[in-house]
Design a protein around this ligand. Structure first.
Ligand code: CDP
Length: 589
């Protein structure tokens, strides 16, 4: 598709220095010498125009592609919405692979396993991340039909995936990311749970154990459960459910790995069960997908919808938010068409279900601006209200797109059809991504996480370090603390420690609002995840932070409560725990 010439009067993006550094290092297109051959303005125009160009093939589109390109451009440079990294890097380039999330099947055969490995390499090369369920592989020690030998099991093959990943840089800029999943009733589950015990092992993998509802009931009832050979369903062993659960808890306490996902909960939200069961998620866990499915994500920055009236009162402009959600859905649906997929099987699956994942970032900054503590009922209620709006409006947008361009091809056999909803253009519309780099570009807090700190260190060019204070916080202090000396004392404390905790000069209500990840209880972390999950089609990326002194019992309670609250997975991180990992030598190290 021909791109449109860049209008001369485009507004320039305003980037803070961190955003600029990331953009230059990772996103701007480079020539053979590694020098940038586009400016930030050209990057955003490349993305906006190549995505908007897709409109031209839809006769009923109400947009002239040139006008839409401009609207998309403005939405991005004003920090309202950003698509996931591969779209920023590859849109309008010959590579053209625009999705962040993929799931690949791993069948129980040498050909199948190595096909999957090759496909993963192709996906990493194009900037995407891959998730796999290894649950279909026969357990270690099982017989191999063709040779009469002994199978080496999922873990040994995962090691090969890990090594291959090490060698391939994603889109030339970052190392590949993987998610490895094993069902709790696979005979090699214990080996899987302990796989990351040694530092550096499976360093290119996030691991998650897939728990079933039946297993959770067995834990609560103190029962044992059966392990099955995935090939024929024959029982290959038995374990005490509570013991395995304790082990998961212990590992999460010690290192944060592996995480857990609730498989039945995920499949309860599978919009196209006729297409198969969901067995895996993408690397960071927020996007459950069918084998060979891919999904492109995008995030609206909630902080950028907070407006201030003449009296300095802050409110969230929900009308503007709804408007941007509609545009973002159109954008992400166009991304599906614009993307070049690394495999025919993937292209086919993606075009059948047309999943997109619109989410939010800047949530903690938004709460700061509104003066609402992250760990309050008010924050949970507002979170639900906002995500309900994003979910509802994205569905409406998807329904309108279906009128314009047709429903996703498997709609007729989807749960929506059964429920008399739709038709929709997309099998899912919402996902909450971690927004690791996007939030840096937008200059906001990541995803729905609380801010990690109120100040951060910035490396300036000559090797000097500069400590900067969160701008929303700095403005709030300016507005609400009248004594300049007190203002100074508060800002100095924050520069030194990164938080307001134990700051003698800070008024109590200031400390109450400007909490950081470590000041917020694990229960509040979990409650926020659950609040957003209630209004999200796919899943929510969230880490439940615990203080160093948290116990295994605390983590057990978090896991059980997470199950009760209906979240799709849990990632915990106990402060300082990774450093406690043991160095292993010898086999597997
Ligand atoms: O902010 P950005 O778009 O770069 O990514 P993110 O929201 O932090 O992560 C979203 C998804 O991108 C992850 O769940 C992975 O599927 C993928 N990803 C990846 O493949 N490799 C990375 N190094 C980071 C993210």
């Amino acid at each position: 598709t021909p791109l449109f010439p860049m209008p001369a009067d485009l507004e320039q993006p305003e980037l803070n220095s961190n955003a600029e550094t990331v953009l230059v290092k990772r996103y701007l297109r480079k020539d053979e010498e590694g020098l940038a051959k586009e400016t930030p303005t050209e990057l955003f125009w490349r993305v906006a125009s190549s995505i908007a160009a897709e409109e031209a093939k839809y006769e009923k589109s109400p947009w002239k592609p040139e006008d839409l390109a401009r609207t998309f451009y403005d939405m991005m440079i004003n920090g309202l919405f950003l698509p996931n990294s591969p779209t920023l890097m590859n849109a309008g380039t010959p590579l053209g692979q625009l999705a962040a999330c993929f799931v690949l099947p791993v069948p129980d055969s040498i050909e199948g396993i190595f096909d999957s490995l090759k496909h993963a390499a192709l996906i990493h090369k194009s900037g995407g991340g891959t998730g796999f369920s290894f649950s279909r592989l026969r357990p270690a020690g099982a017989r191999v039909g063709t040779t009469g030998g002994i199978a080496s099991g999922p873990l040994s093959f995962m090691r090969i995936f890990n090594t291959a990943t090490e060698q391939i840089k994603q889109g030339g800029v970052r190392r590949g990311a993987n998610m490895g999943i094993l069902r709790v009733d696979h005979p090699d589950i214990i080996e899987f749970i302990t796989a990351k015990e040694c530092e550096g092992e499976f360093n290119n993998f996030n691991l998650s154990v897939a728990l079933t509802q039946e297993f959770m009931e067995q834990v609560e009832a103190g029962e044992s459960y059966e392990l099955y050979d995935p090939r024929d369903g024959r029982v290959r062993g038995r374990l005490e459910a509570a013991q395995v659960f304790d082990m998961l808890v212990q590992k999460a306490w010690a290192s944060g790995d592996p995480g857990i996902i609730f498989l039945d909960r995920i499949n309860r939200d599978n919009p196209t069960p006729a297409q198969g069961e969901i067995e895996a998620t993408n690397p960071c866990g927020e996007q459950p997908l069918l084998p060979y499915e891919a999904c492109n994500l995008g995030s609206v920055n909630l902080a950028s919808f907070v407006t201030e009236d003449e009296k300095g009162v802050q409110t969230l402009n929900t009308e503007h938010l709804a408007e941007v959600v509609h545009l973002a859905v159109r954008f992400l649906d166009d991304v599906i068409d614009a993307s070049i997929y690394p495999l025919d099987d993937i292209a086919e699956m993606v075009h059948k279900n047309r999943k997109i994942g619109l989410g939010v970032m800047g949530w903690a900054d938004c709460l700061y601006a509104l003066g609402i503590p992250y760990d309050s009922e008010e924050a949970l209620e507002l979170g639900e209200e906002i995500m309900d709006l994003v979910q509802r409006e994205s569905r409406i947008a998807s329904r309108l797109l279906a009128e314009e361009r047709g429903a996703f091809p498997t709609y007729e056999e989807s749960v929506y059809k059964k429920r008399g909803e739709g038709p929709y253009r997309n099998a899912t519309t919402t996902t909450i991504a971690p927004t690791g780099t996007l939030s840096i570009l937008a200059g906001c807090s990541s995803g729905i996480e609380p801010c990690f700190a109120l100040s951060f260190t910035r490396n300036v060019l000559d090797g000097e370090k500069l400590v900067e204070v969160n701008p929303v916080f700095a403005r709030f202090v300016e507005r609400t603390v009248s004594d300049p000396a007190q203002q100074q004392a508060i800002l100095d404390h924050v520069r030194r420690t990164g938080r307001l905790k134990d700051c003698p000069d800070a008024p109590e209500d200031l400390e109450r609002v400007f909490r950081t990840a470590m000041d917020v209880s694990p229960w509040s972390h979990l409650a926020m995840q659950a609040a957003f999950q209630r209004f999200t089609d796919n899943a929510v990326s969230k880490t439940v932070n615990l203080p160093n002194e948290a116990t295994e019992d605390d983590i057990r309670e978090i896991y059980l409560e997470a199950y009760r609250q209906g979240v799709k997975g849990v990632t915990v991180y106990r402060d300082g725990s990774k450093t406690g990992q043991v160095l292993c030598t010898g086999e597997g190290a």
